[in-house]
Every structure is written in structure tokens, then in C-alpha cells.
Design a protein around this ligand. Structure first.
Ligand SMILES: [Zn+2]
Length: 125
């Protein structure tokens, strides 16, 4: 499943970063999911909650934020946020909100990234 490999990648990256910073615990993880990343946030959240068990990320507050899709329309020149059909996370239809053109360039919203992590260090307080 797509979400599982994505979740595994996220957790590995978070643990790597935390360990290279001598963290004793990860307290917060901020994740951004583009609406075109083909990721279901609830599924991802569930996978993450399973994968963090018995790791230093176990008690982290995982915050998932969906980011909008930004497009560039070659037909009418519109550049900005496009509305998506909310119902299907896997096959959203993107079109220019101004002229309805579907052959648009996607500028933003295709990625799933770890935006920030907050860690505890042994020396802290
Ligand atoms: Zn257009």
C-alpha cells in the first residue's frame, strides 16, 4: 500500500534526523501532504501510529497538514490555487478554476514532506 511505504519513509527520516541530533525523544512531527500526493491523510496517520511503536517517535504529536494544489494555466494565464474534488484522494481532477482547462501545469501540491520535527535532548532542562 502506498501509504505504508510513505509512512515508513517518513518515520525512517524522522528517526535518522533525531538520532543524528542525539535526541532522546521526538515530541512533534509536522508533515505536509500535497493534495496530489495520492495520500489519504487518515490512512497515513494510522500507518504512522502503528510504525512509531517502540521507537523514539512513539509519543510524538504528529501533525498532518494538507496543502493546496497550485497550478499554472497555459490557456488563460491563471496562476494560483485550484479547487479539487474532495471525494477521491486517489484520482482528483484538477482543472483551471478560470477557464476549465485540464491541461495545466502543477506548480505545488504533489509532494509529501516532513516539514519539521521537535526533539528532546538529554541536556534540555
Ligand atoms: Zn485557464
Amino acid at each position: 500500500m502506498h501509504e505504508l511505504s510513505m509512512a515508513q519513509g517518513i518515520i525512517n527520516a524522522v528517526i535518522d534526523t533525531a538520532e543524528s541530533n542525539n535526541a532522546t525523544e521526538v515530541t512533534e512531527v509536522g508533515i505536509e501532504i500535497g493534495r496530489l500526493a495520492m495520500i489519504n491523510p487518515e490512512q497515513l496517520c494510522f500507518m504512522l501510529s502503528v510504525l512509531v511503536e517502540n521507537t523514539i517517535v512513539e509519543d510524538a504529536d504528529i501533525k498532518i497538514e494538507e496543502i493546496p494544489v497550485e497550478i499554472d494555466c497555459p490557456e488563460c494565464g491563471f496562476k494560483g490555487v485550484a479547487e479539487l474534488d474532495d471525494k477521491d484522494h486517489y484520482a482528483p481532477i484538477v482543472e483551471c478554476p478560470k477557464c476549465g482547462n485540464k491541461r495545466i501545469s502543477i506548480l505545488n501540491g504533489k509532494d509529501c514532506v516532513v516539514k519539521n520535527i521537535v526533539i528532546e535532548k538529554p541536556d534540555d532542562d
